[in-house]
Design a protein around this ligand. Sequence first.
Ligand code: ZN
Length: 218
Amino acid sequence: MGIGHMGVALAAKRVAPGASLGVLFLAAELLDLLWPFFLLLGLEHVRISPGWTLLSSLDFYDYPITHSLATVIGWSGVLAIAYYAARRDLRAAWVIGIAVTSHWVLDAVVHRPDLPLAPGSGVYVGFGLWNSRAATTIVEAVIFLAGSALYLRSTAARDGAGRYGLWALLALCAVIGVGTWVGQPPPPSVHALAIGGLGLWLFLPWAWWVDRHRGPAR
Ligand SMILES: [Zn+2]
């Protein structure tokens, strides 16, 4: 899934107001933030198969470290414990852990059955919503818009950076969302896909910066 994960991060701010949106993005997107590194290291693999699903040409046939339920629960624990150790905010640590695992659940909605339960397990989960443009668009747009609304209602801009920086961030997410729903040409190579995927990291400092320029809504 694409911007649905962003929607989760935005919504999480309401339940964990102490956590920066940058950290919440890190949590909701952690698996996809790590995935390019595992591809580049040759530890995980993807195949570019045009037409594999209607909206994605990627055959995720081997990504048990970043995207198996068992390891995802492990990643959740690592990030939640690290956050708790740094900030002593138990509530936010729980929200962060749940946000990491929510990524796997949302991916399972849209992917073909390619999400393993554990490394080496023969059981794969996926409901294949990417084969329906209408269903993908509705589900992702609802999650993203609901998350945006919750974030906008629970925070208020302190200055122009908090206001326009946020709108620019949401607008970029919306453009990415529309790109998903229209369908993109297959990437030229797995290497190019992995390098492009690293661009997701840019959202973290941006979200962190925006969040610093917003305070609790009154
Ligand atoms: Zn993913």
